[in-house]
Design a protein around this ligand. Structure first.
Ligand code: TMP
Ligand code: MG
Length: 234
């Protein structure tokens, strides 16, 4: 069997430069004559993707469980085409994947925080709407990325990049909660051995980040190769 393609995911908070880096990586792969394909989640072009788009733009309201399952279904509707491309030797670069799905949903807290008394001070206890385990469940068995980059951006830098847009989740408080879930996912992926998780400082200049991405991808594709069947998420 000829070598299969690598499955590479680029994850991070909003304004961390994921899309820029995914495009830059595709250009580098093309220049190196590596067959490759650029995909993005959510894929807003499918019927499910259109429902997600409408929700993100606050044109529709959906129960938190429902939107979580739609995001996951949006991946499942493309899962077999991802596996097919990889098996045909095409490297797939994915701008956001299941880890965003878990992180953004598990980060949701009820608007009103409950408090606990600790001596004289009152400590807010955020109440999560969906548990981490519940959010992770629909992602189980999706094709697993061989390599995932988490682009870490500081709140200050994210804001300096033109601030957040108009979409749901694009505010500091949500992003901070999401950051914490991403850290937990990274630890789990690392210890499960199902793929490599690389954290990069995305506050740096985009050319520097691009070089760091390439420094990981190039040897990965050339030397280690990607062998064996496409793995499944843990
Ligand atoms: P985008 O800005 O990359 O198009 O993503 C839109 C928003 O959707 C972004 O705030 C992250 C969020 N999101 C989820 O909540 N769950 C998911 O599964 C994915 C892929 C994105
Ligand atoms: Mg966005």
């Amino acid at each position: 069997m000829s070598k299969r393609g690598a499955f590479i995911a680029i994850e991070g908070l909003d304004r961390s430069g994921k899309s820029t880096q995914a495009s830059a990586l595709i250009k580098r792969l093309e220049a190196a004559n590596v067959p490759c394909k650029h995909i993005k989640f959510p894929d807003r072009t499918t019927p499910i993707g259109k429902m997600i788009d409408s929700y993100l733009q606050s044109k529709t309201e959906l129960d938190d469980h429902v939107i979580h399952l739609l995001f996951s279904a949006n991946r499942w509707e493309l899962a077999s085409s991802i596996v097919k491309a990889l098996e045909e030797g095409t490297t797939v670069v994915c701008d956001r994947y299941a880890f965003s799905g878990i992180a953004f949903s598990a980060a949701k807290v009820l608007p009103r925080e409950t408090t606990s008394k600790d001596g004289d001070s009152t400590i807010p206890i955020p109440t999560h709407v969906l548990s981490y385990e519940w959010c992770r469940a629909p992602e189980i068995s999706l094709p697993a990325p061989d390599l995932t980059f988490l682009l870490e951006v500081s709140p200050e830098k994210a804001e300096s990049r033109g601030g957040y847009g108009e979409e749901r989740y694009e505010n500091k408080e949500v992003q901070e909660h999401v950051r914490q879930v991403f850290d937990r996912i990274g630890e789990e992926i690392e210890s499960s051995g199902v793929g490599k998780w690389v954290v990069l400082d995305a506050d740096l200049d985009k050319d520097e980040v691009e070089q760091s991405v390439w420094d990981e991808v190039k040897p990965f594709i050339e030397h280690m190769g990607v062998s064996g069947p496409v793995r499944k998420l843990w």
